[in-house]
Design a protein around this ligand. Structure first.
Ligand code: MN
Length: 206
């Protein structure tokens, strides 16, 4: 009997499509989640299908091209999962992190304000499409900020994202047009630090 293999499925959001307004309009969030995020799941599954088909037929697939498609689409899919988990409606997010994550950020950056400034600079300066990602290196026990290009370039292997910000134009263009700095500024009022703190605690306890 053939065993069914799992595929990527678009997860539901933890909030309604209107709940992030005015930071993110219903139109912007709906488009981003149901079209862009969904496309990465579809793209990753299509690449996996190509591999399956070639294996069944005993033919050769274009391994190089498929490996590229996979890293791009899987990276996009996972980063968007993290992104939605990082966001909270007005009044339920913002402020600054507490707990061990708050301590680690203060220790590394000197202050939360300094971290916020550096993360904002990383997000603002991403050329074209990319992400700002707060992550943590377990080897030297220090938080770091990654600037991921597209969804998969400049990523540090094995580092778990704690806080991510999507700065692809599709993330903000409906609401902010070319004003990416305004989108980044508004983002800080919607960060769900509880989720980031929990992810950090999980990393420390692994
Ligand atoms: Mn996106």
């Amino acid at each position: 009997m053939e065993v069914t293999k799992k595929t990527y499925q678009l997860p539901a959001l933890r909030f309604g499509y209107k709940d992030l307004e005015p930071f993110m309009s219903e139109e912007q969030l709906t488009l981003h989640h149901t079209k862009h995020h969904a496309a990465y799941a579809t793209g990753a599954n299509a690449a996996l299908d190509k591999l399956e088909k070639a294996r069944k037929e005993g033919t050769d697939a274009d391994q190089k091209a498929i490996a590229k498609e996979l890293s791009f689409n899987v990276g996009g899919f996972i980063l968007h999962n993290r992104f939605w988990e990082n966001l909270a409606p007005v009044g339920k997010g913002g402020d600054s992190p507490g707990g061990k994550l708050g301590d680690a950020i203060a220790h590394e950056f000197g202050s939360f304000e300094r971290f916020k400034k550096e993360f904002t600079q990383v997000a603002s300066s991403a050329e074209g499409s990319g992400w700002a990602v707060l992550t943590y290196c377990r080897t030297i026990e220090r938080p770091m900020i990654m600037q991921v290009e597209k969804h998969n370039v400049n990523a540090m292997p094995g580092f778990k994202p704690l806080l991510v910000l999507d700065v692809w134009e599709h993330a903000y263009y409906v609401d902010y047009r070319n004003l990416r700095p305004k989108y980044i500024e508004a983002f800080w009022n919607h960060v769900d630090w509880g989720t980031a703190q929990k992810r950090f605690d999980d990393i420390l306890n692994r």
